[in-house]
Design a protein around this ligand. Structure first.
Ligand code: PMP
Ligand code: GLN
Length: 410
């Protein structure tokens, strides 16, 4: 194999999704809804196929989709966006991220990654020949209340120290997977100031942008002064319309950067399925007219998910576990330090505790979750091996089944 893929063969989603399938579990592991996308996008997909949107479309994106994405995000970012040069439609957010790193990272360029991080950032930086440079979100001790994702913060001086003449880019993910942290304006401003000062690019993964709870607001770093020209904002129709299998994503940014992503995309995937793009375009057209209104799908999904978050958190507390309440996204992480179980002896002494715990939970209790050490660099996995991640974008009946397992086990 090539040097590019050295050490990248193990993949948590491949491994644990298979284990969960083999054991017919209650699945709060991999992040996908177990309910249907809304009818207005499903119907649009069927119409697209019957209306013969079945052949190739434009490489950078199906014209109706790039046009509505430019209009929609132009409004949110308060920026004129050109649909044909500043938007790239990709095979899921995964491909948008991949194109960014392939197009912009050279050998030994440094890319700053905030831990915990969605695991593919590390592999993608490595495949591009770059060097990941990690900085931790550190939990601040709290007393007399539950910890929330807002209690996990960056140290400004430590972050400033990570920037040097080799730094090419920083990856932001807000709301964050797996923690659910929603970076506030001050935090993003601090990052933006460093990007401007050191002339560093920013890739902002905002696939959970519609899912922010309580009084939290999703702030787009590309909307801060001096950031549009150096930021690529990534989104996902999978998360936006609860259709993860459609694999439609996008990258939005200034044409001088987007054109390099286009070069990678047009020479690798060329484009993603035309009827899926047509359906997502119609979905956004419908949402544009009702943005922020009570009948908006984005508004409704957020409200439903906040209830599911609260329900899962309450259940975990009732069995003596300590959830870290997420401000956004659809995951919740839980401290398992106090949970005493007889885990089988592992042959792999390096295997973090949470991995062993999660495998035991799948095989012995029929409940799938994800070990949080997955989302840490090898140097830090052992420091964060006492958390597991639950996904709560699930039917209430699924959450009930999970509750039953937890309560009977207690
Ligand atoms: N970024 C984050 C933070 C994610 O959690 C995911 C998983 N859905 C992706 C990117 C990939 O998204 P997609 O399914 O659209 O490729
Ligand atoms: N983003 C989803 C998660 O974090 C799924 C990732 C995947 O299956 N590759 O669970």
């Amino acid at each position: 194999h090539s040097r590019r893929i050295e050490g990248l063969d193990k993949n948590v989603w491949v491994e644990l999704t298979k284990l969960a399938a083999d054991h017919a579990v209650v699945n709060l592991g991999q992040g996908f809804p177990d309910f249907s996308p809304p009818n207005f996008v499903k119907d649009a997909f069927t119409r697209a196929i019957n209306g013969d949107f079945n052949q190739y479309t434009m490489a950078s994106g199906h014209p109706p989709l790039v046009k509505i994405l430019a209009k929609f995000f132009g409004k949110l970012l308060e920026q004129d966006i050109d649909p044909f040069t500043e938007v790239l439609v990709t095979v899921g957010a995964y491909e948008a991220l991949f194109c960014f790193f392939q197009a912009l990272i050279d050998d030994d360029d440094e890319v700053i990654i905030i831990e915990p991080f969605f695991d593919c950032y590390e592999s993608m930086v490595r495949m591009a020949g770059g060097q990941p440079v990690y900085i931790l979100l550190r939990p601040k001790p709290v007393s007399g209340r539950l910890m929330t994702s807002a209690d996990w913060v960056l140290d400004p001086a430590e972050l400033a120290n990570k920037f040097n003449k080799h730094t090419k880019a920083i990856v932001i993910n807000t709301p964050n997977n797996p923690l659910g942290k929603v970076f506030n304006r001050e935090e993003l401003q601090m990052i933006a100031d460093l990007c401007v000062k050191h002339n560093v690019l920013c890739i902002s993964d905002e696939v959970y942008e519609w899912l922010v709870y309580d009084a939290n607001k999703h702030v787009r770093i590309a909307s801060l002064p001096g950031m549009w020209e150096r930021t690529i904002t990534v989104g996902s129709a999978g998360k936006t319309f609860s259709a993860t299998g459609w694999k439609v994503g996008w990258a939005i940014g200034p044409k001088d950067i987007v054109r390099h992503l286009q070069t990678v995309h047009q020479n690798s995937n060329y484009h993603c399925a035309t009827p899926a793009q047509q359906a997502v375009a119609e979905g956004f057209m419908k949402e544009f007219g009702r943005l922020g209104a009570p009948d908006s799908y984005f508004t409704n999904l957020r409200q439903e998910l906040q209830l599911k978050r609260d329900r899962l958190a309450a259940c975990l507390m009732s069995v003596g576990l300590k959830p870290i309440v997420p401000e956004g996204g659809y995951y919740l992480i839980v401290d398992i330090t106090g949970v005493k179980v007889d885990l089988p002896v592992s042959t792999d002494t390096e295997e973090p505790h949470d991995y062993r715990f999660v495998k035991w939970l799948i095989t012995n209790k029929g409940l799938a979750t994800i070990p949080v050490s997955t989302f840490y660099s090898s140097d830090h996995k052992k420091d964060f091996e006492n958390f597991i991640r639950f996904c709560f974008v699930k039917e209430d009946s699924t959450l009930s089944k999970a509750e039953k397992i937890l309560q009977e086990w207690k």
